[in-house]
Design a protein around this ligand. Sequence first.
Ligand SMILES: C[S@@+](CC[C@H](N)C(=O)[O-])C[C@H]1O[C@@H](n2cnc3c(N)ncnc32)[C@H](O)[C@@H]1O
Length: 220
Amino acid sequence: MADGRTELTGALGGYLDALAAPSAEVRRVMEDNRDDPGAVMMTHPELGRLLAVLVAASGGRRVLEVGTYLGISATWIAQALAGDGRLDTLEADAGRADRAERWFARAGLADRVRVLRGPAADTLPGLPDGAYDLCYIDADKPGYLGYLDHAVRLVRPGGFVVADNILYGGEVVAARPGPEAAALLEFTRTAIDHPRLRTVALGIGDGITLSVVRDAPGGG
Ligand SMILES: C[S@@+](CC[C@H](N)C(=O)[O-])C[C@H]1O[C@@H](n2cnc3c(N)ncnc32)[C@H](O)[C@@H]1O
């Protein structure tokens, strides 16, 4: 319908969830960590499947993720990479990086995934321009704007930038959004208006932006 949104709750939500069914490995890493205090941060399967589609669409040679946690979205991405494809995933928390690396080894993905430890703001400046087909941003919300600047530099023209949680549980439309929601509002406006990006905001999971990187001015 052009003038309305279909409510994705109840049976209809269940229908879509079934269509987003994760692989056995993604299901296992989600189930194994169901009781982790950060489990709410796991990427929604609908978004995981979209990431897998975009990785395949972009050629899937080099992918960058900001925010590994325990490797749920990284597993979706790694399983969609081309045969020689690689994922670099950035994680500030050493304990989570350890657990994610153990998981990648157990899932047979260790040769495709490199966990880069430390704050993303320290790691991103050292990564090569235009080297990535896709960047997925899913870490600290006040960092998103800076990560977007780097993503525009790091992702080749025609590649994708995806950012999660732009609705922040609905707080972005609260009368007084907190600092995280305020950061996401600024991030989303910037992504929509960015001269190097063509961006759509979508109501998947907790809300995402999906951008394609355009050629630099004068670059054709
Ligand atoms: C929402 S979780 C990522 C979830 C993950 N993408 C998944 O679906 O499995 C965010 C992660 O970003 C990490 N993080 C927070 N601030 C960071 C920073 N400045 N640099 C790198 N990682 C950071 C957190 O430790 C956390 O593990």
